[in-house]
Design a protein around this ligand. Structure first.
Ligand SMILES: *Cc1c(COP(=O)(O)O)cnc(C)c1O
Length: 435
């Protein structure tokens, strides 16, 4: 071995606190509004669907919030996650850039999503919740929550976007293995699902529709709360373990990243790796370029509008100030199911508006080319979502080569793609459109 490529932390170095970017924002976030009164939502409005302890976190101005011991004990099953240097990819690209990636695919569910699922299941259990209802797009969130509910003794009911339910039977089986009940959305289980099906029996579904179904289920079932896998402040905060670990690991590697990249659907894995670096940018005036990468087919940051919009399709959630394509936007059936969301986390949207982060959009054929190049050099088969970050990383590394400058690039590999091989099949057989 000539040089280290693997930068691990010991279990004792697992972060003790979550980082809340709200404490360091140069301007406060515009508050979420009640959909009826258009006034800022109150604690009481929110506790209809979320437990009070999580609502307090959602609204908290506290910079660091301690991670409860039972949550840390479960996170320690796979955290700290590794940071690796992609030397073979660098070589293939003939770039002077150094490419590092933080690998979140080592969790039991194969993505970053258990980082918040475990925390949410814990706080719900503390609050006396017996059952959680949620939606899932590609199935990663549903499987993460199914796992977390099982570990804390909660029931779990998942509304899964129908196109993924059909394309990804193994995700559904993972959820069942961890004890959850799964329905394809739009489903016949809710009034809203039945309404959508009556209008379009072949509706492929969307995250927005599935969220509406899960919220309706929550409002109509006793001892049930709703759980969301992205977008909200507390979810982005729970993911901050990624960036906090990455900062320490880049120190171990003896380098400072110039560019930090992650894919963005609702924005949580991006927030997870980026926000601790954004803090250094705001507080210590560090000069990072921080890039959120989205699909051209669902370009909320690069083509959306910054305005108040609903988080779901029917209009049940509070109105959030975010970049949005409109809550009734129906994204094309691209294979990166986890990125098919009409809006973007209010925190991520706010940073974009303030110019603290950048955004780029990629077509899916280019994304899969990058995914395959990564698998053939680094070995790991990336999730199609994560491959958006790889595509942008490769382009930045090529720019560094053309400019003849050494850049240090860090990207978040949010999950593995071993449950997404049908998407790779579509790519290899030339059936992917450039949506
Ligand atoms: C869900 C998911 C995403 C997108 O969600 P964000 O909240 O934007 O992070 C990205 N990558 C993977 C692997 C996912 O499972």
């Amino acid at each position: 071995m000539t040089r280290p490529i693997h930068f691990g932390l010991t279990q004792a170095e697992l972060p003790t606190h979550w980082y809340n970017i709200q404490a360091d924002l140069p301007e406060p976030l515009p508050p979420p509004l009640h959909p009826g009164t258009k006034q800022p939502v109150t604690l009481q409005d929110m506790t209809a669907i979320f437990p009070e302890n999580l609502v307090m976190q959602e609204m908290s101005p506290e910079r660091y919030i301690e991670i409860p011991a039972p949550v840390r004990e479960i996170l320690a099953l796979w955290r700290p996650t590794p940071l690796l240097r992609a030397v073979r990819l660098e070589k293939a690209l003939q770039t002077p850039a150094h490419i590092y990636y933080k690998y979140e695919g080592v969790s039991p569910a194969g993505s970053h999503k258990p980082n918040t699922a475990v925390a949410q299941a814990y706080y719900n259990k503390q609050a006396g919740t017996q059952r959680l209802a949620t939606e899932t797009g590609a199935g990663q969130w549903g499987s993460a929550l199914a796992l977390a509910c099982q570990l804390f003794g909660l029931e779990c009911r998942v509304y899964m976007v129908k196109v993924s339910f059909t394309q990804k039977p193994y995700r559904k089986l993972m959820m069942q293995t961890w004890g959850a009940t799964v329905f394809p959305s739009p489903s016949d289980q809710t009034e809203y699902g039945r309404k959508v099906l009556a209008q379009d029996p072949h509706c492929a579904g969307s995250l927005g529709i599935a969220i509406s179904e899960a919220i309706e289920d929550t409002l109509h079932t006793p001892h049930t709360k709703y759980s969301l896998g992205s977008v909200l402040n507390h979810v982005c905060m729970h993911q901050s373990v990624i960036g906090q670990e990455a900062i320490k690991q880049m120190e171990l590697a003896g380098e400072k990243p110039d560019i930090i990249i992650a894919c963005a659907g609702g924005g949580s894995n991006f927030a997870g790796i980026a926000f601790p670096f954004v803090r250094e940018k705001i507080v210590d005036k560090k000069e990072y370029r921080i890039i959120a990468v989205e699909p051209s087919a669902c370009p909320s940051l690069t083509k959306g509008e910054l305005r108040y919009d609903f988080g779901d399709t029917e209009g049940l959630t509070p109105l959030m100030m975010m970049y949005t394509l409109g809550h009734d936007f129906m994204p094309p059936k691209i294979h990166a199911g986890g990125l098919r969301y009409h809006g973007m986390a209010p925190t991520v949207s706010h940073l974009y508006k303030l110019g603290l982060i950048e955004a780029q959009a990629y077509h899916q054929v280019k994304v899969f080319e990058s995914a395959v190049q990564f698998a053939r050099t680094e070995g790991i088969v990336p999730a199609p979502e994560s491959a958006h970050a790889i595509a942008a990383t490769i382009d930045e590394a090529i720019k560094a080569r053309e400019a003849g400058v050494k850049k240090v690039i860090l990207f978040n590999l949010s999950g593995h793609g071993l449950q997404d091989m049908s998407a790779y099949d579509a790519y290899f057989s030339g059936h992917l459109s450039n949506a």
